[in-house]
Design a protein around this ligand. Sequence first.
Ligand code: AMP
Ligand code: SF4
Length: 441
Amino acid sequence: MIIQHRGQESAGISVFKNGGLQTVKDNSLVQFALSNEKIAHLNGNIGIGHVRYPSAVSKGVLNAQPLTVTTSFGSMAVAHNGDLTNHFELKAKYQATGTSFLTQSDSELVAVVLGKYMVQYGDPIKAMKSMMGELEGAYALVILINNRLFGVRDPYGLRPLCIGEIGGGHIIVSESAAIDALNGTFIRDVAPGEIVEIIHDRFVPHQSLIQKHKAYCMFEWVYFARPDSVLDGREVYDVRKRIGEILARECPADVDMIMPIPDSGRAHAIGFSIESKIPYEEGFMKNRFAERTFILPDQKERELAVSMKMNPIKSTVEGKRMVIVDDSIVRGTTLKKLISMLRKTGAKEVHVRVGSPPVIAPCYYGVDMKSRDQFVANDHSLNDICRIIGADSLGYISIEGLIEAIGKPESELCLACVNGKYPTRIPGEAQRFQSTLNTDF
Ligand code: AMP
Ligand code: SF4
């Protein structure tokens, strides 16, 4: 539940008990998919869990994780965060040798490839190193092989993964906030390319032989992760605040107040306010129980959902000149709708400042921004976008400013969705582009 923000489509858990794996999963939020009644019978003392992020290509409970496999070495459960870039190639290769797949999910490949090497070697570490030689792209994994628990992070470190200590045992999880919430102690991040085995009161690291340059996803700090998490040594809240400060220097505005788009633009707006010395105000009330607008299938639905999710606070907004700060613009739907609501409520001027550079290229590493034609920044100038969303002015943080805010060298970051430079090869990118062109995101 603590990392529910990382995926709302489905949730699942697998535990090792009485010599076998037991799994519960469903298409829902954690509190419903894994309700007390549903998991009452799971009382093993070693297990893995997963929340699934909605993806256009693979919905349905069959694709919910953990995915489980039973073969001659026993049982295995796999939970995967990220997208494999050689998914189609690898699947075709395995299908050609007679393997059949039950799901459309690339995560099934992880289970299939690992299962093959487990049968071949019987040794999990050897099997995982061989598996890593075949998988390309983004994968942060937790794996249960019989009663042994492992964490694996791809050689680029694209998706986060860290280790903590809880009550004498250990946990491997995407974000450190989950360790804090369970009263545990953060130990360290799993290093890119590392395999870690948890053996109750200790953990044993193994470095895979695959060496790549690091490519931490910048979007984790900008939008995806919780502000109270520390990812690869950099606290998310602090990075967002610094983004706001740098934005205020790069794109100043003469206004009465700085206002966040809740919740994702809040820390950015605080930084903007501190640097600009212009008061910070909350001008939108957000319905915490509303549906996520980003994943809705059509434009009209998304716009309606935005107005059901946010309502301007009249006394804050009326007659004011304001900067509104959001973490990112993808299609521009959210801001267009919010700005028209602000104008109706009597805002005098609405200036938009954005905490990431313009998103122009798809993400093939697990963040749901997959078709180029959905990005408003792709075929429009800054002035066009400003006009489309109905703002008085528009400013994005620069790529250099973002790198400075994150505080890591550019060579250690993935910035592909804002600069088009992918840290890995993307097999069949041209076909993927074609196949996503007609997708209505
Ligand atoms: P849009 O209305 O398409 O411009 O969406 C931008 C808003 O959606 C931003 O305010 C973000 O907070 C959020 N957002 C951006 N990227 C994603 C993503 N890949 N998945 C879910 N939400 C996102
Ligand atoms: Fe993150 Fe963008 Fe790279 Fe995807 S393309 S991993 S969202 S920085």
